[in-house]
Structure formats: C-alpha cells, structure tokens
Design a protein around this ligand. Structure first.
Ligand code: NAI
Length: 391
C-alpha cells in the first residue's frame, strides 16, 4: 500500500477546516482548497487558533509546535493545480450531487494514478459521485462527524466499484488522524446505502418525532415540555435545541431524501413543513422551535409533557440496526453501538435489544399501527433475536 504524504482538503467550511486541522496534526502536508480567498483565510485562522490553543495546553504531539505543523499547510483556489502531487483528497463541499461529481472528475483527471478521492458526503451514494470520473475504484466515502477534531467516528464507505486498496488506505488515513476526545473509531461501511451506519440507524426515529411534534402543535403543548420528554440525558444538547441548530430545512430535506430512497413512510410531518414555509429554520433565522435572537436557548427541562414513550425510539433504532445488518452495511451489532457512541456520544440500541428484543417487537407492532407507518413494523431479524449471533 502506498504511503500517503500529501492530502488536499476541498471545501474548507464547517467540516473541511476541522478535517484539515486533524490532517496537519497527523503530520501530512495539507493543501486547503475553496472557491474564494475569504473562506480560505477564515479556515486558516480557525486552524492557526486551534493549533496555538492546543500548543498552550500541551496537547500537540510530543516535541511539536504549532508553527512546525503550519509550515506544512498550503492554500489555493486552483483545484486542478493543488492535486498534481496529491495522494489523498478529502472533499467537504456543498451537499449537491452534480457539483460533487464535477469535483471528483476534476480531481481524478489531474491527480496521480494512485490518488484516492474521499467524499465527506452525509447522504449521497459514493457510486453516484464516482459515475463518469474514469476511476471509480479510487473513490470512497469518508464520513466525519461534527466537529471533526472532537468526534471520534469516521465511517469509511465503499461505493459499488471502490477497490479494496482504496478502502484500506481510507481506513489507514482515518485511523492516523488524532481525535481530541477519545480514540478514533473507523468502521468500514460495506454497502453503499443511504445514511451509512449511524445516520441510518437514527433516521426512522424522525417518523415518531414528527408524529409527536404534530400532536404537540395541535394541542399547543410548550416545546420545552416536549424537549424534556424527548431528550437523551446523555446527549450534549437537548433534542429540540439540536434540531434548531442543524436547521429545520435540513431536517425537511433529509426526510424527503429518505422518503425517496428508503420508504414513503419518511414523508415529513405537517409541523416541519410549516416551519420551513414560515422561515422558522432555527438558529440561522433566529427562530425555530425556540427563539435564538439572544443566543443559544437554554430550555427549562424540569417539566415533561408526558406524551413520549422513550422505549419507542430505542425499539425503532434497534429495528433499523437489524436492517443495517440484513443489508450487509456492517456485519456486527457491536459495530453499530460503537459507531453511535463515537459519532453521537450516546449509547446505541443494540446491546439493550439483545435482552429486550421481544418487548421491542411488541412496541413496534403497536406503534406502527398507531402511527399508520408499516415501515416501523419489526423485521424478522429483530423478532427472532437472530441478530444476537452477528457479533
Ligand atoms: P459548508 O457550507 O460549511 O462548507 C462547504 C464549503 O465548500 C464552503 O466553504 C464552500 O465555499 C465550499 N465549496 C462549495 N463548492 C465548492 C467547489 N466547487 N470547490 C471548492 N469548494 C467549494 O458545509 P459543511 O457543513 O462543511 O458540509 C460539507 C460537506 O460535509 C457536505 O457534503 C455535508 O453533507 C457534509 N457533512 C456535514 C456535516 C455537518 O454537520 N455540517 C457532518 C458530516 C458531513
């Protein structure tokens, strides 16, 4: 396997700048590419500040100073020039298939034969990004979690034509990147399906959430009480603050994407459609579930509405985890739980399912009927408990 020395990060916005920082910390030569100088300068400032802070705290690799790493960083708006000597390119540009395809082809056309193109897409199939690039065997997915320097998970995704060597190099690069909170976890995603592992397992929970939001909106129940019902106490942000932070438009588009690719039962609920139509997108417009005009809201979660059954979420996730196993996306239920902890910082559903799968199957029968959503019915692999042997 060829040793990776030169990494190019294309798109240095929210994700790309953090990715570039950890690549520098791992000792690679890193070139930042974006479409204008101002965005690049912002990323440079972010990386300089980040590395200087780490130096002050004594958290840089033994014997290294921020300046030692920063001399290995280059920047440009010229992608085709930047990739001339690249061994590995990480793409973190806008989530649009046509633009990702053009970028992938430009990289493959202008880089050495061995260069690997790794996309940080959060949803698009690698096979689609690689189509028409000429070397689909060199294209893989490399899905970081936000913020990349802090969240240990990186999913390495195989497109239909990705070579084993490209996957191996992806895993090796992923494992070489330092993580400021815990050990990196770099599982292989073996089939190119929507949502990969973590986002896929968590995806159908939104069907139940939309049901609850629509009910709460109809009955005018305060959002804080719903948030108190719905939030995972282990999670760093309450669920509705996180929903506003991500953006209600993003949630709507994600639901539409899963409705198209997985099942029509993912069709977005009434409330999220209304929020988007009214421009109540969350943090970015100053209003979503909460008012953001005075900064991040701090909801009082002491009073619950009492309309959410948290076991429903765990059961839905465990059922989806079984689908992930059935579709060959990964081979062990332990990988699912480990990936959720490393990417989201809360416990996955599978360990609990090994003990409670029968009760979970009953809950799923009840709620799939109550919500009129056949997708939530328990699948055989869960009902039979056979997934337990997939370790
Ligand atoms: P962003 O909008 O903050 O950054 C995207 C950057 O790409 C911008 O700086 C933009 O100028 C640049 N760009 C757009 N077209 C370009 C082109 N043709 N050539 C070079 N640069 C170009 O977006 P963000 O949030 O960083 O997302 C980037 C990718 O990472 C997306 O595919 C997204 O789905 C994925 N992702 C995002 C996560 C998140 O939490 N924000 C988490 C995991 C993946």
């Amino acid at each position: 396997m060829r040793k990776v020395k030169n990494i190019v990060v294309v798109g240095v916005g929210a994700m790309g700048k953090g990715i570039a920082q950890v690549c520098l910390m791992a000792g690679y030569n890193v070139t930042l590419v974006d479409i204008n100088d101002e965005i690049i300068e912002n990323a440079v400032l972010y990386i300089e500040n980040g590395l200087n802070k780490l130096e002050t705290k004594g958290k840089l690799p033994e014997g290294l100073k921020a300046t030692d790493l920063l001399v290995k960083m280059k920047k440009t708006t010229n992608l085709s020039g930047a990739v001339k000597n690249a061994d590995f390119v990480i793409e973190a540009i806008i989530e649009k298939l046509d633009i990702k395809k053009i970028t992938c082809k430009e990289v493959i056309d202008n880089s050495p034969d061995h260069c690997i193109f790794a996309s940080n897409t959060s949803s698009i199939r690698m096979t689609d990004i690689a189509e028409g690039c000429g070397k689909p065997e060199n294209v893989i997915g490399m899905h970081f979690f936000n913020p990349a320097p802090l969240m240990p998970l990186i999913e390495i995704i195989a497109g239909e034509k990705s070579s084993k060597e490209a996957m191996d190099v992806g895993v090796e690069v992923g494992e070489s990147l330092p993580c400021l909170r815990g050990e990196r976890y770099v599982p292989r995603v073996l089939t190119d399906r929507p949502g990969f592992i973590v986002n896929r397992v968590l995806a159908p929970g939104r069907i139940y959430s939309d049901y609850i939001y629509d009910l709460a909106d109809e009955k005018s129940i305060p959002w804080e009480q719903i948030d108190a019902d719905i939030s995972n106490p282990e999670a760093p942000m309450s669920t509705l603050v996180l929903a506003d932070f991500v953006g209600r438009d993003v949630s709507l588009h994600t639901a539409e994407y899963y409705a198209e690719t997985l099942s029509p039962d993912f069709e977005p609920g009434k409330l999220v459609r209304k929020q988007v139509a009214e421009g109540k997108l969350g943090k970015k417009t100053g209003q979503g579930f909460y008012d953001w005009s005075k900064g991040r809201p701090k909801p009082d979660l002491s009073k619950k509405a009492g309309i959410v059954n948290p076991l429903v979420y765990t059961a839905i996730q465990a059922n989806e985890g079984c689908r992930v196993l059935e579709e060959g996306i990964c081979k062990s239920w332990k990988v699912i739980d480990k990936a959720i902890m490393a990417g989201m910082n809360f416990s996955g559903p599978m360990k609990s399912a090994t003990k409670n799968y029968k009760q979970m199957a009953e809950i799923l029968e009840e709620y799939s009927t109550k919500l009129g959503k056949p997708y939530l019915k328990p699948i055989k692999l869960l009902k039979s408990g056979k997934f337990i042997d997939m370790v």
